[in-house]
Design a protein. Structure first.
Length: 141
């Protein structure tokens, strides 16, 4: 999964990301409280991956980090794991908590944390007939 994330494209190949793998149960449980909503999955997660970025390397750091995080999510699915993005950048006190828990330097920015575990439910497949094909445009809007 991490190799997949390291191969994600980035602006001018700056690769501004750093990944912190968290397996410590106490840290994961604390991470569950980093947001009022949307972080509770860390209560039962077997691991988490923090996506931190050096914003000085590129003005496209947020897109670069999002692409790398999406690579992690797709790789987790490929390996039969459940994974969920928890956005922490500019959210409540989330970023500061994650930085403190993982000893992340102040000059790094935390975009998100990916929770990892085994799925306790399966989502229904998309109903292809209900996809909003009108959102696809050819040649012009």
């Amino acid at each position: 999964m991490l190799r997949c994330a390291l191969m994600a494209p980035s602006s001018k190949r700056t690769n501004p990301w750093e990944f912190i793998v968290v397996r410590d149960e106490a840290k994961l449980r604390q991470m569950a409280g980093c947001r009022t909503y949307g972080s509770q999955m860390f209560d039962t997660a077997m691991a988490g991956i923090v996506v931190a970025l050096d914003t000085s390397l590129s003005d496209a750091w947020m897109a670069d980090g999002a692409i790398a995080a999406e690579h992690l999510l797709l790789a987790a699915e490929e390996q039969g794991l459940g994974a969920c993005w928890c956005h922490v950048y500019c959210r409540e006190a989330s970023e500061e908590l994650i930085k403190r828990l993982c000893d992340i330097p102040e000059d790094k920015t935390v975009l998100c944390v990916i929770s990892l575990g085994y799925k306790d439910e399966e989502r229904k497949d998309y109903d292809l007939a209900k996809l909003k094909y009108e959102k696809i445009h050819n040649e012009k809007y």
